[in-house]
Design a protein around this ligand. Structure first.
Ligand code: BES
Ligand code: ZN
Length: 463
């Protein structure tokens, strides 16, 4: 049995793969919302059953939070010539972002809908469709009886979207069994359908909430308004101080240690598709905005930010209600770049918030998760093998990317398992990850399966 059998198998089974992926997408596995706890468990159980059906040895591993799915290719006796049999870990996540606001979805988020070459559903690109492409490639080897040149372990977690810490514990306790030559992750993007991509950098993150407490209860704004600070206005004023007129984060020491972009990198960024004008159109904004002196690509992938993810205060229901609200809160994340330590950034940001908080309200800061940025040179043998696999599968020249999203666990892979991660994303900018009408491109699904199938051969050629 040869590689051609694997590729033929993939080609012949696309319709079934698609209906299986639709089943996977039906679970509302929203990790952030506690009412979905059982749905995550059911999704993990389904995934384990599915892995078994394609010939993997799979188990559900309970954690303090949502379970982890672990699935392995069947054991192959070590070769007698003493050659090292490589082991690769394929990581993905089966949890998804909340689907809200529901009214903006053209069809229900957990009833997958196919339109042309797009598959619409929450989690389709982030990350169920992408991890499924790797599972189908493994299935093709196993079902055609084609020997895999390596051992594979699939590690599919249920807490990626909430920055969960439980997987770190899991890595530590199973360190030996998870020891591997490299980790492969398809949970990033490509700039467009014509440019498959290897991502060699990701931004880090810190998350926290600012809560301002004003009066002990909501008050009549006519009776009391004017004599007390309105927490919503106080918070707005504080948040308005977070950026300067050049679009830079105004927090002292925020940019400490941030490395300038090299001329080489800036040149590479310029070669990527999706120029600023196209981005403006895609995102539906009147005008782009950002840190002066950097292109949109640089701002989105290699510069740190301060963002408000949610802002709540006062009456949100129908009609009007004349009150001075008792409190106001903002959910904040900062994206970090290499050399910015999350603990340091957390400190300088919180110090600044305390400084700009007026004395008329009580400030509460609720700490959240954090992770360093990831950066690994794309010149190594594994990266070169990945580029060959991308080229072979997509029939196009791949590009090298740094991306702005965060996958905190890749740092732990390096620390705990000592291995680098190959980021081979299949998502498109227009896939609406984390937005209403999320979709996955079915050509990328198919090319992704082939990329995975070819990757194991290409990596083998390097070992
Ligand atoms: N798939 C994304 C990460 C991503 C997206 C990387 C696009 C590169 C390009 C992942 O599922 C995600 O959304 N991660 C969160 C992590 C956070 C909750 C700690 C993110 O980036 O917001
Ligand atoms: Zn995500």
């Amino acid at each position: 049995m040869s590689m051609q059998h694997v590729l033929d198998y993939l080609k012949q089974n696309q319709a079934r793969f698609l209906s299986e992926l639709c089943e996977f997408l039906r679970f509302p596995s929203v990790s952030a919302q506690s009412q979905h706890k059982d749905d995550l468990r059911a999704c993990a159980d389904w995934l384990v059953q599915h892995c078994r059906s394609i010939g993997l040895k799979a188990e559900v591993c309970p954690t303090a939070g949502h379970p982890i799915v672990l699935a392995k290719t069947p054991h192959v006796a070590a070769s007698r010539n003493g050659k090292h049999r490589p082991h690769y870990l394929v990581y993905g996540h089966y949890d998804v972002q909340p689907p809200e606001p529901l009214n903006l979805w053209k069809s229900p988020p957990f009833e997958a809908r196919i339109e042309g070459r797009s598959l619409f559903a929450r989690g389709s690109t982030d990350n169920k469709g992408q991890i499924f492409a790797h599972l189908k490639a493994a299935e093709a080897y196993l079902k055609t009886g084609t020997p895999l040149p390596c051992d594979l372990t699939f590690l599919i977690e249920g807490e990626e979207e909430v920055g969960g810490e439980n997987l770190v514990e899991f890595l530590k306790t199973r360190r030996k069994e998870l020891h591997c030559d490299a980790i492969v992750v398809s949970d990033t993007g490509m700039p467009d359908k014509k440019h498959p991509a290897l991502t060699y950098g990701l931004r880090g993150i810190i998350a926290f909430e600012i809560i301002l407490h004003g009066p002990s209860r909501d008050l009549h704004s006519g009776i009391f308004g004017g004599a007390i600070e309105n927490p919503a206005i106080a918070l707005s004023g504080m948040l308005a101080k977070m950026h300067d007129k050049n679009g830079k984060v105004a927090v002292p020491h925020f940019y400490d240690g941030v490395l300038p972009l090299s001329a080489y990198e800036r040149k590479q960024f310029k070669r990527l598709p999706l120029p600023d004008s196209a981005l403006q159109k895609l995102l539906g904004v009147k005008k782009l905005y950002g840190e002066r002196g950097f292109t949109a690509t640089e701002q989105r992938s290699a510069r740190p930010t301060f963002e408000i993810n949610g802002l709540t205060s006062g009456y949100q229901g129908e009609g009007s209600k004349t009150i001075v609200p008792a409190w106001a809160r903002a959910k904040i994340t900062c994206r970090l770049v290499p050399n910015q330590r999350p603990s340091h950034i957390n400190k300088v940001v919180c110090d600044y918030i305390k400084k700009v908080c007026p004395p008329t309200v009580r400030l509460e800061l609720e700490a959240g998760h954090g992770a360093e940025a990831y950066y690994v040179s794309p010149t190594g043998a594994h990266a070169q093998a990945a580029l060959r696999a991308l080229r072979g599968a997509f029939g196009r020249e791949p590009v090298l990317l740094r991306e702005g999203g965060s996958i905190p666990i890749v740092n732990e892979f390096k620390k705990v398992l000592g291995a680098d991660t190959l980021l081979l994303g299949l998502g498109l900018p227009e896939d609406n990850a984390h937005s209403p009408n999320e979709k996955f491109d079915l050509d990328n699904f198919e090319n992704g399966q082939r990329m995975s199938a070819l990757l194991w051969q290409e990596l083998n050629a390097t070992s």
